[in-house]
Ligand binder design. Sequence first.
Ligand code: SF4
Ligand code: SF4
Length: 165
Amino acid sequence: MTELHTPNSSFAEEIAKIPGGEAINKCIQCGICTASCVISRATDKYHPRKLIQKILLGKREEVLSSIQPWLCMTCRLCEERCQEGVSPAEIFHAVREIAAREGRVPTPFRKAIDTVLADGWMLKDAYSDFIEDERADLGLNPHLSWDKAFVNRVKRRYFSQGADQ
Ligand code: SF4
Ligand code: SF4
């Protein structure tokens, strides 16, 4: 009887332990995810199927140092269409979580994270009197308060060097 080859690796097992990544070893490399992906349509540099293949083959260093997992916009079209119940969106989320824990966030994304952690959101300067009035009209607190304890929990979990003591 022919034994089927199932690509697997300790990196794939690491991903499979993170919620959402469990099904990675079911991937049959059909490519439907890449054919469905809006980002792949916009650039020939992004291929969800190939990225999953690299994880299955154990190319941990290459995947964690790549910007590719950070390009997924989590639209989940791939997840909807995958016939094997694999979620590339969740798998790349798991990759980003590991990368963040290891301090390997690509510079442009690190800058965005720093801005959010410092200001509470990406567009602090866009928060105008107009928005305050709108919030008040809706019965919301017009003054957004930034939960420092929550920020510190995020920093400790993902960016341990940056947490306030
Ligand atoms: S994740 Fe699903 S759609 Fe993408 S290659 Fe694997 S089996 Fe096919
Ligand atoms: S969730 Fe990510 S990988 Fe899947 S189709 Fe959307 S952008 Fe592409």
